[in-house]
Write a protein that binds this ligand. Structure first.
Ligand code: ATP
Ligand code: HSE
Length: 312
């Protein structure tokens, strides 16, 4: 259950009084998600999401994330816009945390990717890349090669507690990717975490793209690789087959065709994306405090993806 910070109802009513959004009717914590505390807030004016930012989000990055979602929403993408109070401020503090009131978007969080929706998600990702081309801010990707190296060091001997073969797999992959990682592919603003649970859907269309808290500047094709690792495998890390993979890539290329260099680099970018989620999940696996109300995500599901990409 991702509600780490509670907000008493009087405090929430006072907070909402700063906005032109009507008066508080109800609020409930949203169980999904692991990073931040999220509430579904109903007012006399409509529905909203209230997010309180927890430990993994650096407060200094919030203007970048909120600026990006405002930019993409204004460009017509199904991205929830941050809502400003009467003084024009979107970023606030509430219950001791940075906080933001966010537009509510319709749709259901995707649990089982189907080709039709994978195609729509690929297209939405390419539209995001195009719409962000004139977003004027940059943010370095803290979770690229140097970040993976640091995470691997932070795991130390803990990796072997997860799986006896993990230290060797991580070390080999870091060494290979340090040599082979591309240096000059087209760059831009990327989402960097386009998992099915960060897409809201109505039938086969994308009604929402959420969770921009890893967005950064990096290779555009790496973003498609992240989506590929996320959409084309089941929860245990078994490959779902070419239907979902082909649909995702075709959806993307229908809007923004990959260059020959991007296509050639794609399998390697998928290995990097697998290693990224393997490392962050392994770190969380070892560092999630006992009694935390959060279900840890299985790092080995990404070790299996990594082996799949290595073999293909
Ligand atoms: N703008 C929105 N409109 C409608 N529903 C939303 C919106 N933002 C979040 N949600 C709902 O809240 C749930 C949790 O949000 P989210 O996935 O952002 O959690 P998180 O903890 O911030 O991130 P993570 O997925 O990385 O754990 C989503 O699955 C979705 O159902
Ligand atoms: N999408 C990530 C969680 C962080 O957003 C994962 O499944 O490991």
């Amino acid at each position: 259950m991702a509600v780490y910070t509670s907000v008493p109802s009087e405090m929430l009513a006072g907070f909402l009084a700063r906005y032109d959004v009507g008066a508080l009717v109800s609020a409930k914590g949203i169980a999904e998600g692991v990073e931040n505390s999220n509430y579904l807030v109903e007012t006399t004016g409509g529905r909203f999401i209230l997010t309180l930012y927890e430990k993994r989000v650096t407060p200094e990055d919030l203007p970048y994330f909120l600026g990006l979602t405002a930019h993409l929403s204004a460009a017509g993408l199904p991205v929830p816009a941050p809502i400003a109070d009467r003084q024009g401020r979107a970023l606030q503090r509430l219950s001791g945390r940075p906080a933001c009131l966010i537009e509510f978007l319709p749709g259901i969080s995707v649990t089982r990717p189907e080709p039709g929706l994978a195609h729509a998600a690929g297209a939405a990702l390419a539209q995001l890349h195009e719409a962000a081309a004139d977003f004027p801010h940059d943010r370095a990707n803290a979770l690229s090669l140097p970040g993976w190296q640091s995470l691997a060091e932070a795991l130390g001997g803990g990796a072997a507690e997860i799986d006896a073969g993990l230290p060797v797999l991580i070390a080999e992959e870091l060494a290979a990717l340090s040599d082979l990682w591309p240096r000059s592919l087209p760059q831009g603003t990327i989402h960097a975490d386009l998992f099915p649970d960060n897409v809201l859907a109505l039938d086969d269309s994308v009604s929402g793209i959420i969770d921009f808290y890893f967005a950064c500047t990096d290779f555009l094709a790496y973003d498609l690789a992240v989506a590929h690792t996320a959409w084309c495998f089941d929860a245990e890390g078994a490959y779902l087959g070419t239907d979902v993979s082909d649909a995702l890539i075709a959806g993307y290329q229908g809007v923004r065709p990959l260059s020959p260099a991007e296509s050639r680099a794609f399998p390697l970018l998928c290995r990097g994306a697998s290693l990224r989620f393997l490392l962050t999940r392994a770190y969380d696996w070892l560092n999630t405090p006992a009694g935390a109300l959060v279900t840890r995500k299985d790092p080995m599901a990404f070790a299996r993806r990594l082996l799949h990409y290595r073999a293909s």
